[in-house]
Design a protein around this ligand. Structure first.
Ligand code: SF4
Length: 1018
């Protein structure tokens, strides 16, 4: 603020803005030569090791558990206070505590820890390393006058201090002796009391040094208005001060809505030409709000930078270290590996491999890394194993070797420094750069103290050291951006307009939790106090208010978890003084593209609204074009007729993109898929759009179906003696059959091309295997929920079902192929001929054919295994299911001799649905009065329908389903958002398509016809 005001009226080069620490260091170096300051991390390590020694003792209040990071933090700041207070030895501290009301045990433990700290410092820190206290003391007691040392200094302006530590106070005293000095101190109530209570210390310092006091009154209107408010805060019985529009309080339902509100306000301000540098967002609860700020401000295109303090672990650099430490644990977790590989700063494997590992981790639903190694290729597995083996040193080696390993990994393997330098730009890059420096500082601190012995493993030491390291990015990277900052950063800054977000008691003022230990010490020795956050909060709030032209405060009604929110006590006080009331209600202004689309959706003429948004520049030309096309598509899709957007292709196009050579021979399931929905068929089979790779924890229905089919096929095929006609189960006892089925099931599972593990997979196996003799195999891990096994699973139930079936029919053929081009089959082409002479080529496998020759007439029964629900037979006679009739037609090719011509035909589904839902419904023949009717259906109707389907495809009829939404399984379709499958519309659509005449319209959807009518017409 001083810098800006100076630059507005003076030569900017004549003013240098520096922190007091930087100035003191510069002066120190001028006085005594180059210095190496004691880094915060080295200091913290000394404290940690000192506490470890104290806690390792057998007596004392700290004896016992190793010190946590939080305890080390508390002691660390306390030791700094001792240093600042020039208490440089444990004996001096003991003397300070002598005769004090402080509990002896606390005094003894603190002195003890401080003694270890000082000893470690003396033994392991180079003598040229200086603490902050030492530097400040040396400068304040320098023999030479500072004015001589720095003749270029005309005047020192001291700003931003409302409290002083003893060492700082001594430097100020020295400055006053040597140089002209101006101190700036915002006061709201003349000092000492009310909101100024926290500044009492600074006032004492300045008064004792005989500073001449000059009071500056706010000159502008906002300053005066807000000045009246800050003057009245925390005063008894003030007159109510009316507030102007420049002070607002907006209540929003949730923290997220608060940020969206602020984002809309910012957009309006920026659109009105406000310079982003004049705006700021102050967020006292930066940790809680940072995710919302990032997401929402990006969505709203707000140019912003965050300079609020954060934690090392929240940076990408910090997470690399965090993940590596977790991976060094005995049974490393998969999520730490995937997080490491997904880190944008890590480039040890290519992105395909990183995605493959992530997909494998999701699919396997595994907690630990080891099962993943089977799922990735050898090279990747070796790389991961090598990394884990390297990290083992962190657990088993000494601290020196462990630090070296971690450094080698970060520097040589990951080249983290270069990665952080190349990462993004501006503030984001600055954050990562600072994070890297911090990591380096932590590792250097361990290198300096390598000789200190510790009972803890290097991993435990690293984990504690990296826990909760704060990171602060230097301000100044904000030019041209709206700055998002914490409350403390906002002091001594001025802006035209500020949004103060989340002013709740949870976030402001925050009293840090300190061990009770230190509360007592503070009570007994006020000079070791770190200050009253409540008073500090009042002062910071008043100072912020006094420094801005307009302030908008926001509060949420509930927290993230819908918990009730209590507003900050400073807001209560503001309300008491001003009577300000929150504005509430929904904020539905348009601030982002997302908002804009919501509004457009509500208008009657959406295309006109989009075009207007394009003209105004709210949508780019590309976005306007894309949205307009989308609207046209939606409108077309919403009508009953066939339009450009309903998947209707010209026959010439079909001939090119999906020629007969590609589509034929048809399989029954492909035909059924087309009949189910032409559009989905077009997307899947013609355009080749693949389903998103869903993450599964158990085999998919397709994988389950194929596995069960294989087991059931082999069960019979392996029993079949080639000399015999069919398998007679009665020839075997149950135990033999169970062992046989079990063996096949295990073998097929081993050969299956899927691989899962985890609790849900165990349940999947249990549902199939339960009741089969184990035979020494561990088929599944039975027992506890959630994979309690049924008593009899699918295979055991199947076996019982097969054994109990009477009748003379014997299983005869299994997975019998027909048609050309099938793997493991050299069968020739199989075609179905329409009454008009044209043909459709088909192929497939018949799951099972049972034959009985006992009666007068042989019977031929075809089965199609279904691991889902068996469809109703009316779907076959309704022209939407084709499996059974196609198999019946193909049976002529598959069975020997005249069995097909002579026999009674039957075809049905065999429902084998895990865990033990078995059903064999009456076959398709039951829908006809006689064998002759069935054969006529097969010979005339089915070929005609198949022919029409082929024609329909050739005609390019790929419109959406003519079936009901349920019949087409729209619920599971990825295109459902673009489809209007409502019932009343469906009727009109079917009529339109029927009239058009080019498409196959299943009998099932034709209200005016049924199979009998069709048969009698024939
Ligand atoms: S939602 Fe239904 S009608 Fe639309 S494409 Fe999918 S299956 Fe077809």
């Amino acid at each position: 603020m001083v810098e800006d005001s100076w630059a507005a009226s003076h030569d900017p080069l004549r003013l240098r803005a520096e922190t007091l620490d930087a100035v003191v260091r510069e002066w120190y170096e001028n006085l005594y030569g180059p210095v190496q300051p004691l880094t915060g991390q080295l200091n913290r390590r000394l404290t940690e090791f000192a506490l470890d020694r104290t806690t390792a003792e057998t007596t004392g209040v700290l004896a016992g558990e190793p010190a946590s990071a939080a305890l080390a933090d508390s002691f660390n700041s306390r030791f700094s206070l001792f240093d600042d207070a020039r208490i440089g030895t444990a004996d001096a501290l003991a003397a300070e505590f002598e005769g004090s009301p402080l509990d002896d045990r606390i005094a003894t433990a603190t002195v003890d820890a401080y003694r270890h700290y000082r000893d470690l410092h003396a033994d392991h820190v180079d003598e040229w390393v200086c603490t902050r206290g030492e530097m400040f003391n040396a400068v304040s007691t320098a023999d030479q006058p500072l004015s001589k040392l720095f003749p270029e200094l005309d005047v020192v302006v001291l700003s931003g201090y409302h409290e002083f530590r003893p060492v700082e106070r001594r430097v100020v005293e020295r400055l006053v002796d040597d140089l002209p000095i101006i101190a700036l101190l915002p006061l709201h109530q003349g000092g000492q009391t009310g909101v100024d209570a926290v500044a009492e210390d600074a006032i004492d310092v300045y008064e004792s040094l005989n500073f001449e006091t000059v009071e500056l009154e706010p000159t502008d209107g906002a300053g005066q208005a807000f000045g009246t408010i800050t003057e009245a805060l925390y005063r008894p019985d003030p007159d109510v001060i009316s507030v102007s529009d420049s002070l607002r309080w907006r209540k929003l339902p949730t923290p997220e809505r608060e940020i969206r509100f602020v984002a809309r306000e910012l957009r309006t301000e920026l659109a009105d030409g406000r310079d982003p540098d004049d705006l700021a967002v102050v967020v006292p609860g930066t940790e809680a709000y940072s995710g919302y700020v990032e997401d929402t401000f990006d969505t709203f295109d707000i140019p912003y930078v965050t300079t609020a303090a954060s934690q090392l672990n929240r940076t990408f650099t910090g997470s690399v270290v965090h993940d590596l430490l977790n991976l060094a644990e005995p049974d490393p977790r998969a999520e730490d590996l995937t997080s490491l590989l997904a880190n944008p700063l890590v480039d040890v494997v290519d992105s395909d491999l990183a995605s493959a590992v992530t997909a494998a981790a999701r699919r396997r639903d595994t907690v630990s890394v080891s099962p993943l190694l089977d799922d990735v290729d050898d090279e990747a597995a070796a790389l991961i194993q090598d990394l884990l083996a390297t990290l083992e040193t962190l657990r088993t080696g000494d601290i020196e070797g462990a630090t070296e390993t971690l450094r080698r990994l970060l520097d040589d393997r990951f080249d983290l420094e270069t990665a952080t330098e190349d990462y993004a730009s501006g503030a984001e890059q600055a954050v990562e750069g600072r994070a890297y420096d911090l990591v380096d500082e932590v590792l250097s601190s361990f290198e300096s103290l390598a000789a200190v012995s510790s009972d803890l493993s290097p991993l435990a030491l690293f984990t504690r050291a990296f826990d909760g390291v704060p990171i602060r990015v230097p301000q100044g990277a904000a030019g041209g951006h709206v700055e998002v900052m914490g409350m403390l950063d906002a002091r001594m800054r001025s802006f035209e307009k500020v949004f103060l977000v989340g002013l709740t008691s949870e976030h402001f003022p925050v009293t840090p939790e300190r061990p009770a230990f230190f509360e007592e010490m503070t009570d007994a020795h006020p000079r070791f106090d770190t200050g009253d956050e409540r008073l500090r909060g009042r002062y910071l709030f008043a100072t912020l208010l006094a420094n801005v032209d307009a302030l908008t405060i926001t509060t949420p009604e509930t927290g993230d978890d819908e918990s009730t929110v209590i507003r900050s006590p400073v807001l209560d006080e503001l309300q008491r003084v001003t009577g300000i009331e929150p504005e509430d209600g929904v904020d539905d202004r348009v601030g982002s593209r997302e908002d804009l689309f919501r509004h457009v959706a509500e208008t009657t003429d959406r295309r006109a609204a989009v075009s207007r948004a394009g003209d105004r520049g709210d949508l780019s030309p590309e976005q306007t074009k894309r949205t307009d096309r989308g609207l046209r598509c939606a409108a077309n899709r919403g009508t009953a007729g066939l339009t450009d957007h309903d998947g209707v292709l010209a026959p010439e196009t079909v001939a090119e993109v999906y020629p007969p050579s590609e589509r034929e021979p048809y399989s029954a399931s492909r035909i059924e898929r087309y009949v189910e929905c032409g559009f989905k068929f077009y997307a899947d089979n013609v355009l080749g759009i693949e389903d998103p790779d869903d993450v599964e924890v158990v085999p998919t229905p397709l994988e389950t179906g194929s596995y069960v089919h294989d087991v059931l096929e082999r069960f019979y095929a392996d029993l079949q003696d080639e000399a015999e006609d069919g398998v007679d189960l009665a020839a075997f006892d149950r135990a033999t059959l169970t062992a046989h089925l079990q063996e096949i099931a295990v073998e097929e599972l081993r050969n299956a091309d899927f691989d899962y593990d985890g609790l849900f997979y165990e349940r999947w196996k249990a549902e199939l295997f339960a009741g089969l003799d184990d035979g020494g195999h561990t088929l599944y891990e039975s027992g506890v929920k959630p994979h309690e096994a049924p008593e009899e699973g699918l295979f055991a139930t199947f076996l019982d079902n097969e054994r109990s079936r009477d009748g003379a029919a014997r299983p005869h053929l299994f997975e019998a192929p027909f048609g050309e081009g099938l793997p493991d089959s050299d069968a020739g082409p199989f075609t179905v001929e329409r009454p008009n002479g044209s043909t459709v080529s088909v192929r497939g496998y018949i799951d099972r054919v049972d034959v009985s020759r006992d009666g007068e007439q042989p019977t031929l029964t075809l089965y199609d295994y279904k691991t889902g629900r068996a469809p109703y037979m009316t779907k076959t006679t309704g022209g939407t299911k084709f499996q059974l009739p196609i198999y019946l037609l193909a049976a002529d090719d598959v069975v020997d001799g005249d069995l097909f011509d002579q026999g009674l035909l039957s075809a049905t589904y065999y429902q084998v649905r895990p865990p033990n839902d078995l059903k064999v419904p009456r076959g398709v023949e039951s829908k006809f009065d006689s064998e002759a009717e069935l054969r006529r259906f097969l010979d005339d109707i089915v070929p005609e329908w198949l022919g029409r389907i082929d024609e329909s495809i050739a005609n390019g009829q790929f419109h959406t389903s003519l079936l009901s939404a349920r019949g087409a399984n729209c619920r599971y379709c990825d295109y459902r958002r673009a489809c209007d499958v409502r019932h009343h519309r469906k009727r009109e659509f079917v009529d339109e398509v029927r009239d058009d005449g080019a498409a196959y319209v299943p009998l099932r959807v034709r209200d005016d016809e049924d199979i009998e009518a069709v048969m009698s017409d024939d």
